[in-house]
Write a protein that binds this ligand. Sequence first.
Ligand code: 9L3
Ligand code: MG
Length: 165
Amino acid sequence: MSDSDTGRASRLVVAAAVLDHLAHPTTLLCAARSYPPEHAGQFELPGGKVEPAERPEQALARELDEEIGLGVRLGPELVVPRQLAVAAPPNSGPGDDAPAWPAMHGFRMRVWLAEPAYLGERGRAGGDHQRLEWVRLDPPDQLRRLPWLEADLPIIDALVGALGR
Ligand code: 9L3
Ligand code: MG
């Protein structure tokens, strides 16, 4: 692991493109944010910030378990050509008195393809997400029409490319 992969060094955000099936995907798990208010209802690929000294894959497993009670089997990392600038204040949450986005820059995002390994007790949207939706991929490029967070648009482009149009 290089220093630039730790949460402390890189301000890294990780996310998962959770597909119903890695080899023959027909749906993608899309998570609608519940905050901040101006982004409520917009979709993101679920994930979150890497903690100091945490490996990115560990952080992704933790975030998905904490946020939606979902365990995943990781597939390949998705190559996203553009460096992703995630504009977000640190530690912003539903109850925080945080400034509105965009307030901070310089996060990078790494994204993995994944498929569900288990659905725990939560298994549904919690505080971070107002709802979860399995969106059909026929054809994949219809994903582009959904209301994604701006930070996720390059990921969706890369995903559509990887899945074939
Ligand atoms: N973010 C944007 N798109 C994503 C993810 C997982 C995260 N697909 C942004 C919004 C958050 C910040 O990164 O403010 C950190 O994510 P989190 O820890 O709030 O989930
Ligand atoms: Mg999150």
